[in-house]
Write a protein that binds this ligand. Structure first.
Ligand SMILES: Cc1cn([C@H]2C[C@H](O)[C@@H](COP(=O)(O)OP(=O)(O)O[C@H]3O[C@@H](C)C(=O)[C@@H](O)[C@H]3O)O2)c(=O)[nH]c1=O
Length: 158
C-alpha cells in the first residue's frame, strides 16, 4: 500500500515536501509529548506502523480562534489511519498496545534549540488521555504549562 503520494496529499492540504522521516519504538503506557518546534516549525504526517496509540494535536498558535483546543485520534496497525499535524500545533501520543512503532514525516528538519515542550496534562488543554500515570521522559515530566511558555508560534505566521 502507498503511505504517501505527493500529488494526492497536496490535494488535501499537505503542500510541502518532507525533509525528514523519523521513527520511535515505545512500550505500553509511554507518553511522548507535547512537542513542537518554534520558530523552525514542523508539520508532521504521523502513522503507527505496529501497535496502537492515542495521538493528540493541540493548536498553540497565539491568536488562533482555536488556541488551546485539541484533537485526539487512535492510530493503529489495524485502522491504518494517519494524522496530519500542521505547523504551530503541539503533538504527543500515548501507547495503548504492548509496544508501538511510530513513524512520522516532517516538513522541516529537527532543530534541538527550537524545541518546545508543554505539560502533557496541562488542565488548560485538558486532554482526555484515559491514563493518569504514563511513563514520561525526564524532559516531558519537567515540561512547563502552556501559559508558562513564552516562545509559542503566532497565528498567521507559521
Ligand atoms: C525528535 C528527534 C530527536 N532526536 C534525538 C534527541 C534525543 O537524543 C533522542 C530522543 O529525543 P526526544 O526525547 O525528543 O524524542 P521523542 O520524545 O520521540 O520526540 C518526538 O516526540 C513526538 C511526540 C513528536 O512530535 C516528535 O516531533 C518528536 O518531538 O533523539 C533526533 O536526533 N532527531 C529528532 O528528530
Amino acid at each position: 500500500m502507498e503511505t504517501y503520494h505527493f500529488q494526492r496529499y497536496k490535494e488535501v492540504g499537505i503542500p510541502r515536501p518532507f525533509l525528514q522521516d523519523s521513527m520511535s519504538r515505545s512500550r505500553r503506557g509511554v507518553l511522548r509529548g507535547l512537542h513542537l518546534q518554534n520558530p523552525s516549525s514542523q508539520g508532521k504526517l504521523v502513522t503507527t506502523l505496529r501497535g496502537a496509540v492515542l495521538d493528540v494535536a493541540v493548536d498553540v498558535r497565539v491568536g488562533s480562534p482555536n488556541f488551546g483546543r485539541y484533537v485526539a485520534v487512535e492510530l493503529s496497525e489495524e485502522n491504518r489511519r494517519q494524522l496530519w499535524v500542521p505547523r504551530g500545533f503541539a503533538h504527543g501520543f500515548l501507547v495503548l498496545s504492548e509496544a508501538a512503532d511510530f513513524f512520522y514525516k516532517c516538513d522541516e528538519l529537527y532543530s534541538p534549540r527550537d524545541e518546545v515542550s508543554i505539560r502533557w496534562n496541562d488542565p488548560e488543554i485538558g486532554v482526555d488521555w484515559g491514563a493518569s500515570d504514563p511513563a514520561l521522559s525526564p524532559k516531558d515530566a519537567a515540561a512547563p504549562l502552556l501559559a508558562q511558555v513564552t516562545n509559542l508560534p503566532i497565528y498567521g505566521k507559521v
